[in-house]
Design a protein. Structure first.
Length: 705
């Protein structure tokens, strides 16, 4: 859990000289930033009700994701002192009863204690606090000793919190506390105190989105690896239904007493299907030394297999069941763990692209098929899971080594890329939510499913740390890239496009192929125009579509009315400055869809893929009012780099769109020029082309000609 409920202390940290001058709006803005960055990596956020209706603002602004718990403070920030023991008071006009009415899940009431005062110490044992004060005691041995003293820590479920100390202290204490039975931690300012000074907003958001979220994740790794889930104290076990006359709360006792002896850390035990803690262990578990994936959560809980974040982040390494401190700090490698569900046209390409990233790990792929398609995944060494448990037997009978179910795969990852057939994919939403996994859907699904439609170069920043997003369809991705190139520069007034779509994908043309005809779409506008508006709100765009008897990708014709005259030279310069757009020329023999695809094969691209939108340079035109573009969209490939960037955005791996795009492009070999130029870049009017409005130099008036 993450605590963002500080008031006076926060004002003092922002401006120690004049804390009273720190206005509420500044504090609220700062906390909104904290919440946006840290809530997605927390299970619950603790907010205060004071500053500008803080908690309410977080809910209303969407900074607090709906699937995160909300804890709201109830006590006043100042305490009455009674001979050395502070007594808690409620905020005037605020009460525990009012907390749930604002939609919160629980109220926080701080009860203070003071070592040496037996009444206070007794209270402390009831409500828990780490037995040593991190400001004065930072020796690991003495902290361990104090923590393991009889009655040092309480019998009720408890979590660790800390104050303004260097981050290394809670990093150490979380492990010790978890080994002594803590169920988690409340992350406080040690995790982000570097941002308390006079940081500008963007720098602060960047820091929080990278270092801040990384720290909370690292602590979660430790708590997940060594901690004790609170349900254990109630006698619950995942996958085991205990029936009886006695209700669970009676068994657990009024104060949350434990049911039966249960050894905990150093050998934290978690079983498959367990909620957050076990899942976290499995997610950070990595692979065994032989390279085989870790399938059972029980084995995944071995500390020796802790993820890179837990192992490296604080300069700790795992041996013989506990994390030990190394002499020097090391840097987190922080790979995001990814699953692909649906290993078809898009899924298999996403899997390959994820495997090519140095900041991602493909944990496994899932599907329902048993034929050659999934056997290639086996051949490539990807662990294969059954998307639907009932299909597992069939898959195994066909010789596919099934590593487990989709649910088991989800338990090991942070992000799932769903590439199942349209509508099938939408049905997986509940499973992803239940598993607490971030999800990426494809263009076959509706915008509303994820609530965010993604094209990296247009709106990467808005997807940062979100729980889900939809990578739009191939056609919409291409239209968005091209439209944004002009619209993003304030140059597009109106986009009109005609889409000639391929009949079917090559692998299934024996099933769905059409011959000797073309099929116009009767829905006008076709869905791609409105779809592009989900990516670029305010874009004036209409599309018409149809399908033809070929399977070599789509062909678009776009007419874009500009806000001022844009000639061909400027248009070309804009396109050359646009990521994932490349120019091709009929003059180079690239006269049709097939020749461009042949070039991709000649360039030895995997599967002959073209991730770029290929715009015909010699078909660019302008009449001073509109620019005209003809471009090819390789439907099987164009969305692949978008999925890779989307993983980085959702997981918060990289806050900067340009950095992520450049990284993805370098890993796949995406380019702006397929071939070195062998002749002048643009065919000028009169050079083999009929005169017209090719360039702005010869505007064509209506009726000319
Ligand atoms: N094809 C394209 O050009 C593009 C497609 N998209 C979008 O990508 C998504 C996937 O399309 P595409 O890759 O073409 O689809 P494919 O049909 O090629 O692949 C989907 C795979 O998922 C399998 N599958 C079926 N049911 C399930 C299930 N319940 N759980 C998991 N997997 C299942 C399919 O098996 P089976 O064959 O037995 O059904 C198949 O192997 C769609 O939203 C589509 O609109 C986006 C851009 C381009
Ligand atoms: O899914 C796709 O093709 P399909 O719906 O013909 O299988 C491509 O992404 C094209 O999508 P669109 O034509 O809905 O933009």
């Amino acid at each position: 859990m993450t605590a963002l409920d500080h008031r006076g202390s926060r004002q003092r940290m922002i401006d120690s000289q004049h804390p009273e001058a720190v206005v509420a709006a500044r504090l609220t803005g700062y906390k909104l930033d904290l919440n946006r960055a840290l809530a997605p990596v927390s299970s619950t956020v603790l907010l205060d009700p004071v500053y500008g209706d803080r908690a309410a603002q977080d809910i209303a602004s969407g900074a607090l994701p709906r699937d995160k718990g909300l804890l709201v403070g109830a006590q006043a920030t100042k305490y009455n002192d009674d001979h050395g023991t502070r007594h808690t008071e409620f905020l005037p006009g605020w009460s525990v009863q009012r907390v749930p009415r604002m939609g919160a899940d629980a109220a926080k009431l701080l009860v203070s204690s003071r070592p040496g005062r037996e009444d206070a110490a007794a209270l402390q044992r009831e409500v828990a606090e780490f037995p040593t004060d991190p400001r004065f005691e930072q020796d690991e041995g003495r902290m361990r000793e104090a923590s393991s003293a009889p009655h040092a820590l309480p019998s009720a479920p408890w979590i660790l919190l800390w104050g303004g100390v260097p981050f290394e202290v809670p990093a150490c204490q979380v492990q010790i506390a978890a080994q002594d039975g803590a169920s988690g931690f409340l992350a406080r300012r040690a995790a982000w105190q570097e941002t308390m000074g006079a940081w500008d907003g963007r720098a602060r958001q960047h820091w929080l989105g990278t270092v801040g979220t990384g720290r909370v994740r690292q602590l979660a790794d430790l708590a997940g690896a060594f901690g004790r889930p609170s349900w254990r104290r109630w006698g619950a076990e995942p996958g085991r239904h205990v029936s009886g006359d006695e209700p669970w709360y009676a068994r657990s006792g009024a104060k949350g007493a434990e049911v039966g002896p249960e050894p905990v850390a150093p050998h934290a035990r978690h079983t498959s299907g367990a909620p957050a803690a076990a899942r976290q262990v499995a997610r950070t578990s990595g692979r065994t030394q032989t390279g085989n994936p870790v399938f059972s959560a029980a084995s995944a809980a071995r500390p020796g297999q802790l993820g890179p974040a837990a192992q490296a982040g604080f300069g700790w390494h795992a041996t013989s069941g506990i994390l030990e401190r190394e002499d020097s700090m090391t840097v987190s490698t922080g790979k995001v763990r990814v699953a692909v569900n649906g290993y078809g046209v898009i899924g298999k390409r996403v899997a390959d692209a994820v495997s090519a990233q140095d900041d991602m790990e493909l944990v496994g792929v899932a599907d329902v098929v048993s034929d050659y398609r999934i056997r290639v995944a086996v051949e490539r060494g990807y662990p294969v899971y059954a998307s639907v448990p009932e299909r597992s037997g069939e898959m195994q009978a066909a010789g596919v080594p099934v590593a487990g179910t989709l649910q088991e795969l989800l338990a090991q990852v942070e992000v799932v890329v769903d590439c199942a057939p349209k509508k099938v994919a939408a049905a997986n939403q509940a499973a992803y939510r239940a598993a607490g996994v971030k999800a990426i859907w494809q263009g076959g699904e509706k915008h509303e499913l994820a609530g965010y439609s993604f094209v990296a170069q247009v709106n990467y920043a808005g997807a940062l740390n979100r729980d889900s997003a939809r990578v739009v369809s191939c056609n919409t991705t291409a239209l968005s890239r091209i439209s944004h190139a002009l619209h993003g520069r304030g140059l597009a007034r109106r986009v009109r496009a005609v889409l000639m779509r391929r009949a079917t994908d090559p692998w299934e043309s024996h099933r769905n192929g059409m011959i000797n005809t073309a099929i116009p779409e009767t829905k006008v506008p076709s869905h791609q125009g409105p779809d592009a508006q989900t990516v670029i709100p305010g874009l004036d765009i209409t599309t018409l579509a149809g399908a033809g008897p070929y399977n070599l990708s789509h062909l678009h014709f776009a007419m874009i009315e500009t806000t001022r005259p844009v000639d061909v030279d400027e248009l070309r310069a804009i396109l050359l400055d646009t990521p994932r757009v490349a120019l091709v020329r009929a003059a180079d023999g690239l006269e049709a869809l097939n020749s461009v695809m042949e070039l991709m094969r000649d360039l030895r691209r995997p599967r002959g893929d073209m991730w770029e939108v290929a715009v015909w340079e010699d078909a660019l035109a302008s009449d001073g009012r509109e620019v005209y573009l003809t471009f090819q969209v390789h439907n099987e490939a164009i969305v692949i780099p978008e999925n890779v960037d989307c993983i980085r955005a959702l997981s918060g791996l990289e806050p900067d769109a340009a950095v992520s795009i450049a990284k993805t492009d370098a890993s796949l070999g995406i380019t702006r020029h397929f071939l070195p130029s062998t002749r002048p870049p643009h065919v000028t009017p009169g050079e083999g082309t009929p005169a017209g409005f090719k360039g702005a130099e010869e505007p064509t008036a209506p009726g000319d000609g």
